[in-house]
Ligand binder design. Sequence first.
Ligand code: DP6
Length: 321
Amino acid sequence: MTRTARAYTNIALIKYWGKKNKQLKLPFTNSLSLTLDRFYTDTKATIINNDEDIVYLNGQLLNTTQNKRILKYLDTVRQFYSFNDHFQIDSINHVPTSAGFASSASGFAALAASINETKKLNLNRRQLSILARNGSGSASRSIYGGFVEWIAGADNESSFAVPIDENPEIDLTLLSVVINKHSKKISSTVGMENSVKSSPFYENWVTLVTSEIKEIKQAIAQKDVQKIGEISEHNAMCMHALTLSANPSFTYFEPETLQIIQIIKELRQKGIFAYATIDAGPNVKIICTKESLPKVQTYIEQQLSNVTTVIANIGSGIQYI
Ligand code: DP6
């Protein structure tokens, strides 16, 4: 029986923002993330006697516009492993858009693992990470649980994620604050391309990430949660500076995003542990400790009426079920 592959989403503490090779999705820098336990994608691939792939997402057949990126990816996979089979892909996304997390990381990690399973490719986790990366860069990290580093590498074979600590005994919890707004979305793919092309600070970003990766790995080894929080928040703000300094400039922030950043600073002044990280969207993920989490959640919900909050803990790597 063919098993279903399950992959969890991850949040980057040191962000991936820019590719040196678009086709292979080779990043300019390493990045480092935490896999989360709440949100995941379940995917099953079945070989079909057809000359086209078909894709169902949450039980709905995707049309040619919706499945374009997936079909292109399946062509890449066929080319890599020299086979001609086509698939029916059944994917259930347990990453509600309302939770404020991107689904491409768990989506492409689960898709890569489902093809590995169905085609009996026997890929090890490094090879699986390479395959997932070809779908979406951040998916390379969702192969592993806990803290994960994606090594930038120089070609297809040398760009993959590695586990730093898959079962960290560390007091960190994430509170996602979802701003209920439908802003016009610039995808991360397009956003990072614009930053690389036109931000005068891009070279500084590359230098900064190199040193922040070293620092955060040290903080993780020492279980220094405050250091982890400080570095993560600084890294996220610098990533967003690359959007504001692009030409033309753009931002993922909404007024509420800035309000939440301000509230987090106020909380810290009151001695409550809270640090912000923000991806390619307006929602803020707050790094908390067990102790600070309820206080942060209550305070945020009191101060802002039009937001919802979702709690996520540290999650595991790819599973077959
Ligand atoms: C801000 O992995 O979605 O979340 O490789 O073009 O698919 P593509 O981009 P994607 O970018 C993620 C950007 C980020 C930071 C991160 O996850 O490291």
